[in-house]
Ligand binder design. Structure first.
Ligand code: MF3
Ligand code: CO
Length: 260
């Protein structure tokens, strides 16, 4: 069941998403060689709590972090840990903040120091494919149009699309209907209407699309251990078009010319 949001609800979504994006501005300063992912997670949690939000992933189904930590071959849902980031790593930080009963969900894959040109290209393509998906999110289109736009863009450039994990509707709950896959056929799936709020989140691999879940029951990594990238925005459909509710501007301000 898809819950379309009223303009008042969308304003609450916007506020939650704004806090999500501002949190990224804080943690972006800490992404550097030698910093542990646990440290970054703590900084995110404290910033959210100081600003009246709730870290929605923490305790969700038993998840142990504020952030999902996605180092190199980790696709999604990695735990914060004592692992210290290393020059050349990429690290996806995936964050959901609840504010005043509504959720904002976003993910950005950061470079740690200098990264290889091949990995940079994977990140750039994944980030760009997110905007291809957002462009396709408009009234009259269907969810499959978003999925197809992302898939086509990435596969043409030689990358593969993770099948098992999807974007999703979002609102009072972090995960609502519909599922928003990153692969599929145009003209299929639910019709896009004004008031639809979804998180679009391409998860794109350099090698094969296959994944495995680690023994912790959460951490999802590529089977071939080649890198995977992940970018995500929460959007709302208003006057026929998708408006981004989350923004990477706070990250861009910190990273400057290192922004991917
Ligand atoms: N953006 C992630 C998702 O949609 C957030 C997961 S939070 C967790 O799956 F608690 F499930 F890890
Ligand atoms: Co999400």
């Amino acid at each position: 069941m898809i819950y379309l949001k009223t303009p008042e609800e969308i304003e609450k979504m916007r506020a939650a998403c704004r806090l999500t994006s501002l949190t990224f501005g804080e943690i972006a300063k800490w992404v550097a060689p030698g910093v542990t992912t646990q440290r970054i997670d703590t900084i995110a949690r404290e910033f959210i709590l100081d600003n009246g939000g709730r870290p929605a992933c923490l305790g969700y189904g038993g998840f142990p972090g504020t952030l999902c930590i996605e180092v190199n071959e980790t696709v999604v849902h990695g735990f914060p840990s004592g692992y210290a980031l290393r020059e050349g790593d990429i690290v996806g930080l995936d964050l959901v903040v609840e504010l005043d009963g509504y959720n904002g969900d976003s993910c950005y894959t950061f470079p740690v120091g200098e990264i290889s040109p091949e990995v940079m290209e994977l990140c750039k393509t994944t980030h760009e494919s997110l905007y291809k998906g957002i462009d396709a999110c408009r009234t009259g289109h269907r969810i499959g149009d978003i999925a197809n736009a992302i898939q086509t863009y990435c596969e043409r450039r030689g990358y593969t699309v993770v099948r098992e994990m999807c974007g999703h509707g979002i609102g009072r709950k972090m995960h609502e209907d519909p599922e928003v896959p990153n692969y599929g056929r145009r003209g299929t799936g639910a019709l896009i209407k004004n008031g639809l709020c979804i998180a679009i989140e391409p998860m794109i691999n350099m090698g094969s699309r296959n994944i495995v879940i680690e023994r912790d029951g959460w951490t999802c990594r590529t089977r071939d251990r080649k890198p995977s990238a992940h970018y995500e925005h929460t959007v709302a459909v208003i006057d026929g078009e998708a408006q981004q509710l989350t923004s990477f501007d706070p990250i861009r301000e910190v990273l400057g010319d290192r922004f991917i």
